[in-house]
Write a protein that binds this ligand. Structure first.
Ligand code: GCU
Length: 843
């Protein structure tokens, strides 16, 4: 009896110990919603370090921002140290954390070296009590200081001799959301809008408040909440109170709100018969509209304007300039303290592609450089980082060097429009770092882009950073659990562009997944490699992302950019590839850069190879520094990239048990998908170039797939073969699908290899206009079944919808019959491409 009880007790203790060991991982429902603000409990020894911290937090003032700062400190300390600080107001009556602006903290010497939004973390005695002081230049600075303090605690840093001043590199640190009022988000990949639904501002704005908190935690200070392709209704009288509700939700976190407006609004919704910026009625209309807005939103940030671009009307309709357009709005905002972000993304999308001198890359500089000095001081020209459009690799926009008397902001993209749409891992900080550090050599002086855009180089009053983010209603904000590293990195770089990508990813990983060394090393390594990996299978050597530029911007589509007016040309033909942008023989774009940079790009020999095809047209046989020809480089880079994408899966699997199950599984699913889709990219691009150039892969891989059984070559019951267009987006250009009349279709083949353990990859197409079901049998045994419901951006068979189901650990014997049954649904006809069978020993 006694022995029995003892055994039970031992068992119980073992179970408890076990649960305890796992508890830091299991305690939270880790959906990713908390992002880097998890405030996960610190281990006991780290907690010990903070045993003598004050027990209360007092604020010197009564504003919403100070209250946020106080609540955040309480929340963070409670989460990490398991203690609830007392909340107080006014001068400390005990040892306390003291939060206030510099001038308000009793006894604190004034400092002239803390700029707007900056803060000072220090300690000292106030009223005879030992205090930890967070002193901001302004209230936002206090808030940023609190986040910085919490981050120090999360990293286990010593607070004993705290004395640190930090300030942001530039005043403008904004995000743009491309949300439509109906709730959809243009180029958003993580669900519907957190701001709007069905034509109105959402009733429940709790996610907006939480988003504002995330933005504030990385030092961001403004948010434009609607699509740059703006709905005129956003300025309607009855919509303004709704906007005021959003501003109220953002304000406690120091986030100013702005909106995108149609430049034609005075006419499209304002009742005038013109929107000519020089017409006195138009001038008056903008003035009154601004007044009306500021009555309801006193701290309104201003307007973003996309005009004369991609179908948006602009000043050219009246023969006026972007400066005329920007200034009429800027003057209406000026007395209220508002600004205009006028976008430099102005180009003709009906360019004649037959003219070799035409070049979309030249547009921004040609449109804006001649107007330098003509813009009012509260206008900021918002410039995409490259001259085309967020491609996987571009040189920096030459316009940064062409505006010496005009405020600028760089526009980056957190939403991964051309970089995998948060289905592929693509950490962009290394790209942004290169862009920001790029030395334009203006007047032959060191002039890195970061110094120019922040206003330092030309002593501009304002300037800085904007990023298109497009978070959505998905629980984890951006869809892919690892994609939030991009938002974090953007904020950190806008605060301090001298931070390095490895430093940033290390911080992000620790805050998001904890400090287990294996976790930190593995995730950092994956993130830091991911941009190059994505580039290597989607657009090497600076050709641009070789995607379907006409629709999804997602899967492979080499020809979509050619022979049309959009100007995203790579000019690949039978003999060679690349846009000749030189002065000597090409479009002359190179001349827009300052002379040192222009000289570098003008010559083939000195152009960095990762941008070779952006600046030069070369034959496929052109030999690179690696001694490889361009065509062989294209083949090799796609094979290496796809291999590397598969390694991400293996790397991630090494973290099993080291992070919580929910985020582990969600990430694994995305990485496995990516590994499959990287093969789709590899095969599509390589086969297109093989067909076009006629030059074989020296390694014999392209066009030869000995492990594949094509669906069209199987024994088909119900299924019918279809030609796929473009052909390179399906294996051998063909697939099979069920005709409209069929309820169920079957494809059968016989396994011919030796007996053993195999991995079976079923390559099929998952459209978003139906949810087909698939079953796989070996003989009579059902070995796998699934539903095609991944909501990929595709309504047809092709490179966007092509995906795979991996069935590992399958015992096969010669002669085994493998059978796939597909049950179509609506417009998705259970389409199949091929089955690839590989021995497990070869993996
Ligand atoms: C890209 C994007 C559009 C967007 C545009 C812009 O072209 O695909 O959806 O409207 O950029 O930045 O204005």
């Amino acid at each position: 009896m006694c022995r029995h009880r003892l055994a039970r007790t031992v068992l119980l203790i073992a179970v408890c110990l076990c649960l305890n060991a796992l508890s830091p991982l299991r305690l939270f429902a880790e959906t990713g919603y908390e992002a880097w603000l998890r405030y996960a409990p610190l281990d006991d020894s780290t907690r010990q370090k903070y045993a003598s911290l004050p027990a209360s937090v007092t604020i010197l003032g009564d504003s919403p921002v100070l209250h946020s700062a106080q609540e955040e400190l309480i929340r963070g300390v409670r989460g990490m140290l398991g203690r609830t600080l007392g909340a107080a107001k006014g001068e400390p009556k005990e040892s306390a954390f003291v939060l206030g602006t510099v001038g308000n903290v009793p006894g604190l010497r004034s400092r002239s070296d803390i700029g707007a939004d900056g803060f000072w973390l220090t300690s000292g005695r106030i009223n005879g009590f030992d205090c930890i002081i967070v002193a901001g230049n302004n209230e936002r600075g206090v808030l940023y200081g609190v986040f910085a303090l919490l981050s120090k605690i999360a990293h286990g840093e010593n607070l004993a001799s705290l004395d640190e001043v930090q300030q942001p590199y530039a005043p403008i640190r904004w995000v743009n959301q491309w949300d439509n009022l109906d709730g959809r988000i243009e180029r958003g990949y993580a669900g519907r809008s957190i701001f709007f639904d069905n034509g109105s501002v959402r009733t429940d704005l709790s996610r907006v408040r939480d988003y504002a908190r995330l933005l504030a935690s990385i030092g961001l200070n403004g948010c434009t909440i609607n699509n740059v392709n703006a709905d005129p209704k956003v300025l309607a009288d009855d919509f303004l109170p709704q906007l005021a509700r959003v501003a109220d939700a953002l304000r406690p976190w120091g986030i100013q709100m702005a909106i995108s407006v149609q430049f034609s609004s005075p006419k499209t919704m304002g009742g005038l018969d013109t929107f000519d910026p020089l017409d006195p009625r138009v001038i008056d209309w903008w003035r009154k509209k601004a007044e009306q807005i500021y009555q309801q939103i006193p701290d309104f940030g201003g307007f973003v304007v996309k005009a004369d671009s991609e179908g948006q009307l602009g000043p050219s309709a009246y023969g006026r300039t972007p400066a005329d357009a920007a200034n009429v709005i800027a003057r209406a905002l000026k007395q209220h303290g508002g600004v205009v972000f006028y976008r430099a993304f102005v180009y003709n999308h009906h360019l004649d592609w037959r003219d070799p001198k035409n070049d979309r890359a030249k547009a921004a500089y040609e449109n804006f450089h001649p107007l330098d000095g003509k813009f009012d001081d509260n206008v900021i020209i918002q410039i995409k980082h490259g001259p085309i459009d967020f491609q996987v690799r571009e040189p920096v926009s030459p316009l940064f060097s062409g505006l010496e008397k005009t405020n600028q902001a760089i526009e980056l993209q957190v939403t991964q429009e051309y970089t995998g749409q948060q289905r592929h891992l693509c950490f962009l900080a290394p790209m942004w770092e290169e862009v920001l550090d790029f030395d334009l050599r203006i007047a032959n002086h060191s002039t890195p882009v970061k110094e120019v855009i922040s206003g330092r180089t030309f002593r501009r009053p304002i300037g800085g950073f904007v990023a298109v983010v497009n978070v959505g209603m998905d629980k984890n904000w951006l869809g892919h659990p690892l994609a939030m590293a991009n938002l974090y990195a953007y904020g950190r770089l806008a605060w301090d562009p001298n931070l390095s990508a490895p430093t940033i990813v290390d911080e992000w990983t620790r805050l998001t997944f904890g400090s287990d060394p294996l976790v930190v090393k593995t995730i950092s390594d994956m993130q830091l490699n991911s941009w190059h990996v994505y580039e290597s299978y989607t657009g090497p050597l600076g050709a641009g992302t070789l995607t379907d530029i006409l629709e999804s911007h997602y899967g492979p589509g080499v020809e979509a950019s050619e022979r049309n007016g959009w100007g995203q040309w790579h000019r690949a033909d039978h003999d060679g590839i690349g846009m000749d942008r030189t002065v000597a023989t090409g479009t002359g774009f190179v001349a827009q850069y300052p002379s040192v940079v222009a000289k570098m790009y003008e010559s083939l020999a000195s152009t960095p190879e990762e941008l070779l095809l952006f600046f030069h047209h070369v034959p496929y046989t052109h030999v690179l520094r690696s001694s490889k020809t361009v065509i062989q480089h294209i083949y090799d880079s796609h094979y290496e990239g796809a291999e590397h994408a598969q390694q991400f899966v293996e790397q991630w699997k090494s973290l099993r048990g080291h992070i919580d199950d929910v985020r582990y599984a969600a990430t694994l699913a995305r990485l496995e998908y990516q590994a499959g889709h990287a093969i789709v990219w590899r095969d599509a691009i390589c086969n297109w170039f093989l067909r076009t150039s006629g030059i074989a892969d020296t390694k014999g891989r392209v066009g030869h797939y000995p492990d594949r059984v094509e669906a069209e070559a199987m024994q088909l019951h119900g299924y019918e073969p279809v030609e796929v267009s473009p052909p390179e987006t399906a294996s051998q250009g063909k697939a099979v699908q069920c005709p409209p009349s069929a309820q169920k279709c079957t494809a059968i083949f016989q396994f011919k290899g030796p007996a053993g353990w195999y991995v079976l990859d079923v390559q099929y197409f998952d459209q978003n206009n139906g949810e087909s079901k698939f079953q796989v049998r070996v003989g009579d045994q059902l070995v796998d079944e699934w539903t095609a419901n991944d909501h990929l951006p595709a309504t047809k068979i092709g490179g966007d919808s092509s995906t795979r189901r991996r069935i590992p650990g399958l015992a096969l014997r010669p002669g085994d019959q493998i059978r796939i049954d597909g049950v179509p649904d609506q417009a998705e006809r259970a389409p199949l491409d091929y089955v690839e069978i590989r021995s497990e020993d070869r993996r």
